[in-house]
Design a protein around this ligand. Structure first.
Ligand SMILES: NC(=O)C1=CN([C@@H]2O[C@H](COP(=O)(O)OP(=O)(O)OC[C@H]3O[C@@H](n4cnc5c(N)ncnc54)[C@H](OP(=O)(O)O)[C@@H]3O)[C@@H](O)[C@H]2O)C=CC1
Ligand SMILES: N[C@@H](CC=O)C(=O)O
Ligand code: NA
Length: 432
């Protein structure tokens, strides 16, 4: 069998990792695939940029057709990011009967079903394990390892940058912007880190995970998203005081045939397995009706971890080629999408408000909670130094999202409520 020729679209953090793994693990690749693997061409923007791998002088190109239209290239690995141009490049690679491996969640969350259908039509594979939780083999675990089960819940820390920021802010009291800069220097953050901190990167990953896990076409717009940029050191301190840890959590929950998918800062009891996932690490908790609880943990970002998933996908392509089944692994979703209404989403909430420090205010607030049908599990009231205000912190019992939002609307209207400072979802019970 002739050697496998790979064309890369992009040679940045992840692309350089792919080159390193292909070089350093060649013996294992030959054993699995049955022939050597080599990188023939790589599309970049700047031919003269310094890279973390030494490359043959003619390996880099500024012309996409040198990768996409080269008949000697068998597999295209897309690690350049972006959506519209990238979509066209991948469609062209597939039309040219090249298998594609991508790490691009931005693209797969929006055009995944179109691209997978195009791949199947062209009898090509399109694999994207690296797009969710980097090096953790979570997509294969859902699609293959848990193929026989019905998955009802997935909860994940699926963005390394925000987990890194929250860990450093919480453990070391480091300022938000300083830690974000560190995450960028370490290569975890996206080219535009607002996608990380606004929760959009995690939302894309949750759309991909829930589409596969629930076999339902969950789109990005179906994911309710809130990022981490408004989290204050006070929120982190109160979380700790109440026995919780704050994490950016993706939640996908199915009850009967209806689902909710969200990404939001969430308070988890400090004993919760996801509460102990630190720094850039990711973890995905998956609950299946038959298997029960499972948890997948590992590096969700970074050059070599992400490249591991990509090169493993490449091995998958070659194994399929040997069996003659390329393009046959994609199946259309089994179920019609049905999203829960706000009345059907049940959760506990943390709420921090500033109110006038006057007699009777706390009892009026408790009355409003009970009138709106939201009861609380915990309440703290503390005077705010050098002001005529006090701070009220509440953790509610489970309530529907609709009742909780009605409550927030009502509180906002009251003249003794100065400001709603923060509101977060709470998952799980703190041990007493
Ligand atoms: N970094 C990570 O930890 C992870 C990244 N991903 C995903 O992997 C992909 C790549 O990420 P990463 O390696 O970090 O990104 P980088 O910014 O480090 O690398 C991007 C590469 O693509 C090239 N490139 C970008 N746009 C173009 C274009 N229009 N034409 C030609 N070349 C282009 C760049 O060229 P040049 O070098 O000349 O500028 C660079 O080599 C993204 O989709 C990202 O979301 C997924 C999981 C983890
Ligand atoms: N920016 C992403 C990279 C991996 O997908 C992250 O921080 O998780
Ligand atoms: Na993965």
């Amino acid at each position: 069998m002739k050697g496998i020729s790979v064309g890369l679209l992009g040679m940045g953090t992840v692309g350089c990792g792919v080159v390193k793994i292909v070089e350093n693990h060649q013996d294992k690749l030959i054993h699995q695939i049955g022939c050597p693997v080599s990188v023939k061409k790589a599309l970049v923007k700047d031919l003269h940029k310094e890279r973390s791998v030494s490359l043959q002088p003619d390996l880099l190109t500024l012309h996409s057709e040198e990768v996409l239209d080269d008949p000697e290239i068998d597999v295209v690995i897309e690690v350049m990011g972006g959506v519209e141009d990238t979509r066209h490049y991948i469609l062209r690679a597939l039309q040219n009967k090249k298998h594609v491996v991508t790490a691009n969640k931005d693209l797969m969350a929006v055009y995944g079903s179109e691209l997978l259908a195009a791949a199947a039509e062209n009898k090509c594979d399109l694999f994207y394990e690296a797009s969710v939780a980097g090096g953790i083999p979570i997509l294969r675990s859902l699609v293959d390892g848990l193929a026989s089960d019905r998955i009802t819940k997935m909860m994940g820390i699926v963005n390394g940058t925000t987990n890194f920021i929250l860990t450093k802010m919480d453990n070391e009291g480091s300022p938000y912007l300083e830690v974000l800069k560190e995450a960028q220097q370490l290569g975890f953050a996206e080219a535009d880190p607002t996608a990380d901190v606004d929760g959009l990167d995690a939302a894309r990953k949750m759309a991909i995970l829930s589409t596969l896990g629930f076999s339902m076409n969950i789109e990005l717009d179906d994911v309710h998203v809130k990022g981490i940029s408004a989290i204050s050191s006070e929120d982190l301190q109160y979380s700790k005081k109440l026995g919780y840890t704050m994490k950016l959590i993706g939640i996908a929950h199915r009850e009967k045939e209806k689902v909710e998918v969200s990404v939001q800062p969430t308070l988890l009891p400090k004993e919760h397995p996801l509460a102990n996932v630190q720094n850039e690490f990711n973890a995905v908790y998956v609950y299946g009706e038959a298997v029960g609880e499972t948890m997948f943990y590992g590096p969700g970002a970074g050059s070599l971890p992400t490249a591991t998933a990509i090169v493993s996908d490449l091995v998958g392509v070659m194994k399929n080629k040997r069996l003659g089944v390329n393009g046959k692994s994609w199946v259309t979703p089994q179920f019609q999408k049905k999203l829960k209404e706000k009345e059907e989403v049940q959760a506990k909430h943390f709420l921090r408000i500033h109110v006038k420090d006057e007699v009777g205010v706390l009892s009026q607030i408790t009355n409003i909670f009970s009138n709106k049908g939201v009861s609380f599990e915990k309440i703290l009231q503390l005077p705010l130094k050098e002001t005529a205000l006090s701070e009220v912190v509440v953790v509610t019992h489970h309530a529907s999202l609709q009742l909780y939002e009605n409550l927030l609307d009502e509180l906002e209207k009251l003249d003794y409520v100065e400001e709603i400072k923060s509101s977060y979802r709470v998952e799980g019970e703190v041990a007493v």
